[in-house]
Design a protein around this ligand. Structure first.
Ligand code: SF4
Length: 845
């Protein structure tokens, strides 16, 4: 099990006692009676803490996993019904699982037949475990032949993944959480680590208390609890990171150009221009090689004098701010220092997030702070399984597992071969932009939507706008699988009660690239069942002849009717998707053995509850090790391409990082001394080799403005150091800048944590945090109501001044967990964060 270094709960609580405002919240974790349940796997953030509840380290959100009010759980499938029949305007009524899957499969079948594969859609997230994400992906792409897979991480973690594909040729994270202990300096770029990633933050506190030379630098747009512990705080204006990063790159090259090993740089890097200013773009962005001279020229404007007023926060005094920037630059210029960078939503939710990620990687690459201990480059955004389930497993509209793409025939064929389905089954068409999926909902093209592990009505910008279409359109059927009655569940036609992480066997992969296996701890609550079981059961109700006989995607695009190829595979038209995708000849090998026969595993063996499943028969389990089968099948995608997974039986006993190859986990990717792939590719004993681009990929050549030559350079074993066109900064307006923040007590939309009595009693509503100055200017006292508005939308919240979020003038900060608010009312665009605010009075009604 992952132990958070040598730090134990007691030490963490001791250190946490030093955190003034939220000490009571953390101290509360010691008082909380420990549940007998021994193991916990926290999905709430990318740190992915797990282990023994009594021995290992968690934050109060983690402990709340066992403190959730079961009265609020969904007990049984609920269907909108009137007079005993499904009716969109009916009341949510308890039904059996069989009834739920009958109507769900009917709607999926009819929609596919009538509107093609693009009529059905999946809305998912990194909250799900690895195996269930893989099963959903397989069911949608191979079964329903739909690429309409939307992931909430499009708006959160995805920009850093797009950036890593541009820079390294593969996606992932570069470094480990343990790098904090090996670094001389750790920098937080726009992340309030103390509240958002508390257990990771505890590593920084621990390193600080053990190493007097260690420096923790906090770059932030307002003072927060993380600032209280930083060696150096650099307060900047919102959306000004690009100036800072380009200044650091420029000053590094100016001071160190003559010291660099240019032969090594030429072998391992390509200077390039990335033409992307849009956060919503998918992977393939316009780019071309440029000369080093052009690269350097592109950074020329970013002198200290030019950037300082553009980035300095109001409360920073200019002279000392300049000193801080020079100091930061000196740290990067010092070849002997190991620097690790951590970043999250403060970077990843900006409109130019892809560019910012690319610049962060470029800064680490050119200053040689990468591919070795102590030099991590870690984007933290997302839930615990975001990295694996979203990008690496390909749970995005245009992606397939292991860095493959829907649009390439050879990639689809590799998938079809592994899945043992006819060539041509996979749909070659995918959306070109993530916003297209939302537009499909808005324009009623998506008629069947399954929301799993997500609360998009509250979490996704724009989606609020589309709700009416979902609710009022008789043609549309929305299903939500969740533990609690979320905002999205309440608006759905069918709700499926879902087992919580400790009620099912799961495998998660956190942003430390660590895979961890958690056995099922107890039987699921009431009639809840896991997402994996739900996919498998639904697939029993759909036959090949329902979905594989299509010959067009839409009016203009053909699809292969693969029914004619069934005899090659010994499949029959009336075989269910279950038989082909999940219970085929290959599954026979996955018998229960002595080792696992005593484990609780509802999917495999059933449990003591009377769950009526397919054909209203009692569910006694699938009687083969479905999780093991799916994991092994999934591993085939990753083998030999830089993502190798540890064997299932090893993972059952111990955590391992991927890539795992020849019985060894790779800690430092691209480092030939540690990374098998880099070693295999190593030439001249280079210190690093970027195998993301293993071969075949090329890049054109140009100047800063455009491509100038048809000749193409091979990328093999090289990474790109990018420059970017300057993204336009959000225009300062006379209104207030709204920061969307996270708090220690709640996770994202509060869909889960709002059901913890302890957490809700500490913080039971979303506040509008304001500066002292603005409170006074608007004649507000703490807890007075304010009206926030933008265009025609508004929300009412209590205003508060709290040093916990010490804001600059004309800045507001809100976390979106409150029961009665949805920032989607007012945050309708990532490119405009300004809102109006006034004291709320009866006159506003
Ligand atoms: S919320 Fe994050 S830091 Fe806290 S216990 Fe869960 S995974 Fe760990």
């Amino acid at each position: 099990m992952l132990k958070y270094s040598t730090m134990k709960r007691r030490d963490f609580i001791k250190l946490s006692a030093a955190i003034p405002t939220f000490t009571p919240s953390l101290a509360f974790s010691t008082e909380k009676p420990i549940n007998e349940t021994p193991k916990i796997n926290c999905n709430f953030c990318s740190v992915g803490c797990h282990g023994d509840l009594k021995k290992d380290l968690f934050c109060i959100k983690g402990y709340s996993n066992f403190d959730l009010d079961s009265k609020q759980r969904i007990k049984t499938p609920l269907l909108r019904m009137k007079d005993g029949k499904f009716d969109k305007n009916g009341k949510l009524t308890p039904v059996t699982w069989d009834k739920a899957f009958e109507i769900m499969s009917f709607k999926a079948r009819v929609t596919t037949q009538k509107f093609g594969p693009n009529g059905v859609g999946l809305f998912t997230s990194g909250n799900l475990g690895v195996v269930e994400s893989y099963a959903l992906n397989k069911f949608f792409r191979a079964g329903l032949r739909s690429n309409n897979i939307y992931n909430t991480n499009h708006y959160t973690a995805y920009p850093s993944m797009v950036a890593s594909v541009q820079v390294f040729g593969n996606d992932g994270v570069y470094g480990n959480f343990e790098d904090i202990f090996k670094s001389d300096i750790t920098i937080s770029w726009g992340s309030n680590l103390a509240e958002t990633y508390p257990v990771l933050f505890s590593k920084i506190l621990q390193k600080q208390s053990n190493d007097p030379h260690f420096k923790f630098i906090n770059i932030s747009t307002f003072k927060n609890k993380t600032s209280d512990f930083a060696t150096l705080n650099i307060l900047i204006q919102p959306n000004s990171d690009e100036y800072l990063l380009k200044y650091l790159l420029k000053s590094f090259l100016e001071k160190n150009e003559h010291k660099l090993d240019w032969n090594l740089i030429k072998r391992r890097f390509i200077f390039a221009k990335l033409h992307s200013t849009n956060h919503t773009k998918l992977d393939e962005l316009e780019q071309w090689e440029i000369s080093y001279k052009e690269y350097k020229k592109s950074l020329e404007p970013y002198t200290l004098e030019y950037i300082v007023d553009k980035i300095k926060a109001q409360s920073e005094e200019k002279e000392s701010f300049i000193k801080k920037l020079k100091l930061l630059s000196d740290y990067f210029n010092n070849f002997d220092l190991n620097i690790s960078s951590l970043w999250s939503a403060g970077i990843n939710k900006q409109k130019n997030a892809i560019n910012l990620n690319v610049l962060l990687y470029s800064l680490h690459l050119i200053s040689n702070k990468h591919s070795r201990p102590g030099c991590a480059m870690l984007s933290l955004t997302g839930q615990s399984n975001t990295l694996m389930s979203t990008t690496i497993l390909g749970n995005l509209t245009h992606r397939l597992p292991a860095n493959m793409y829907v649009k390439y025939k050879e990639h689809r064929e590799k998938c079809e071969n592994i899945w043992n389905i006819p060539n041509g089954t996979l749909n070659p068409e995918a959306n070109s932009d993530q916003n297209q999926l939302l537009e499909n909902i808005q324009t009623n093209k998506t008629k069947f939507l399954w929301i799993v592990g997500s609360n998009p009505y509250k979490s996704t910008p724009y989606l609020k706008v589309h709700i009416n279409n979902l609710n009022n359109n008789q043609d549309i059927f929305v299903v939500t699988s969740d533990y609690f009655l979320s905002e999205s569940a309440k608006l759905s036609d069918l709700i499926l009660p879902t087992a919580m992480p400790f009620e099912k066997e799961t495998i998660h992969c956190n942003n430390d690239r660590k895979l961890h296996f958690t056995p099922q701890q107890k039987e699921p609550f009431e009639k809840s069942m896991s997402e994996l079981w739900q996919v498998l059961e639904l697939s029993r109700y759909i036959e090949l002849q329902d979905v594989w006989n299509l010959n067009k995607i839409d009016e203009n695009t053909l699809l292969v009717n693969v029914i004619g190829q069934l005899n090659i595979f010994n499949y029959e038209p009336n075989d269910s998707l279950y038989r082909i995708l999940f219970n085929n000849k290959r599954t026979k090998r996955y018998k229960l053995n002595n080792k696992n026969k005593n484990h609780l595993n509802t999917e495999v063996k059933g449990d003591s509850r009377d769950i009526l499943a397919h054909n209203s028969l009692l569910f006694f389990g699938y009687r083969y090790y479905i999780q093991n089968y799916l994991y092994d099948e999934m591993s085939k995608f990753f083998m030999g391409v830089g993502y190798d997974l540890p064997p299932f039986d090893k993972l059952q006993n111990q955590d391992y990082s991927w890539p795992y190859i020849y019985n060894k986990e790779i800690k430092y990717r691209f480092n030939p001394h540690n990374d098998f792939y880099a070693k295999k590719a190593s030439q001249l004993n280079d210190q690093y080799i970027f195998y993301g681009n293993m071969g075949g990929k090329t890049i054109s050549f140009g100047n800063f403005q455009k491509i100038t030559s048809e000749d193409k350079e091979e990328l093999k074993f090289r990474a790109k150091i990018f420059t970017t066109p300057h993204s336009s900064k959000e225009k300062q307006k006379n209104s207030f800048y709204l920061h969307q923040i996270k708090v220690l007590e709640h996770v994202n939309t509060g869909t889960i944590t709002n059901n913890s009595k302890h957490l809700s009693s500490i913080l039971n509503q979303s506040y509008c945090y304001m500066s002292k100055h603005d409170m006074k200017a608007l004649s507000l006292k703490n807890n007075d109501l304010v009206l926030l508005s933008k265009h025609k939308n508004s929300v009412v919240l209590r205003a508060i001044y709290d040093k916990r979020f010490d804001l600059e003038k004309k800045h507001l900060a809100i976390a979106n967990y409150g029961n009665n608010i949805s920032l989607n009312h007012i945050v309708t665009s990532l490119s405009d964060s300004y809102v109006e605010i006034q004291k709320w009075t009866q006159k506003n009604v």
